[in-house]
Write a protein that binds this ligand. Structure first.
Ligand SMILES: [Cu+2]
Length: 309
């Protein structure tokens, strides 16, 4: 994807304007170390049997398909414990964020805010929505599965990624209205471990193996965070990935394989599909909307690349 140079700051602002989440403190008072510190190398699980076996409880299932430029998604479904699958059937990278519509705000108002033309000015005032969860960037043909306890409410589901022409996918039609009815919360699926997200680092990344790895993401930070699984060529370094994330010029040096996005104070699981011999990293590409709007990964929110044996 080649973005005209002049439009790069605008694209960044589009992303930042659209990825602004509710800024509420999660109330636990801690964990915001701000340490750009040492990314955690996934080696040994620190908490091997951390998750209880899943209790039998009803799980709603929702399928979401992204195309150029629309979503196939049910207009209404039950919340509570919900397993969502996502598939990118388009020819550009897509993501899907569930943004809860603020009380007293209409979907049309939220859509107008989400699809407003890029502005070089940072957003001012609280957005008319709060991002709760979803799927990070997935390349064409790629998808993922997440499970979470989804609160009832009215949502705008959207994709803020800009096309090569600089226009966001949301402005091209990727904003869908979804009404979630009250459901029954339940236990998340058993996982191989819980990745803790703080501003801005991942901690306790478990050892990952070939095949399907159910990983829980616990957001202990003040901002929305994601695990975006990315695949690197054997000789690609994390510095090349971070450099691309800062500039977003030219084709990315990694493949985006989705993952999970979750809001502060909440948890969700994702199924990471890994192939033997391939090289991966986990990154958070959410912009620092309380700071300089640079992606969290560039502030330390990434893992050292690892090869699956
Ligand atoms: Cu993050």
């Amino acid at each position: 994807m080649s973005v005209p140079r002049r439009s790069v700051p605008l694209a960044v602002v589009v992303l930042t304007a659209l990825l602004v989440a509710g800024c509420g403190d999660n109330g636990d008072g801690g964990d915001d170390t701000g340490s750009a510190g040492t990314p955690t190398t996934p080696t040994t699980p620190t908490t091997p049997v951390e998750d209880e076996p899943a209790v039998e409880s009803p799980t709603n299932e929702v399928a979401i398909t992204a195309r150029n430029y629309s979503f196939d998604i049910p207009a209404a479904f039950d919340g509570g414990l919900t397993q969502m699958t996502f598939r990118n059937e388009g020819t550009e990278p897509h993501l899907a964020v569930f943004a809860a519509i603020a009380p007293g705000t209409t979907f049309d108002e939220v859509r107008a805010a989400i699809t407003a033309p890029p502005s070089p000015e940072p957003p001012t005032g609280p957005p008319p929505f709060t991002e709760l969860a979803g799927f990070p960037t997935a390349d064409p043909g790629v998808g993922g599965t997440i499970t979470l306890n989804l609160p009832a409410g009215d949502y705008a589901v959207f994709c803020p990624i800009p096309s090569p022409d600089g226009t966001s996918h949301a402005a091209k039609g990727m904003v869908s209205q979804v009404t979630v009815a009250e459901g029954i919360d339940g236990e998340l699926p058993a996982s191989v471990g819980t990745v803790e997200a703080v501003d801005f680092a991942f901690a306790n990344v478990p050892a990952l193996e070939a095949g399907t790895n159910v990983v829980r993401l616990s957001n202990r930070g003040r901002q929305i965070h994601e695990i975006n699984l990315v695949e690197l060529d054997p000789d690609t370094t994390i510095d090349e990935v971070l450099a691309w994330l800062k500039q977003r010029e030219g084709p990315p040096p990694m493949r985006h394989l989705a993952g999970v996005i979750i809001n502060p104070g909440a948890e969700a699981t994702t199924e990471l599909e890994l192939e033997r011999g391939s090289k991966y990293a986990l990154v958070c590409e959410v912009p620092d909307f309380l700071g300089d709007f640079q992606p969290h990964a560039t502030k330390g929110m990434f893992t050292t690349p690892f090869v699956i044996n």
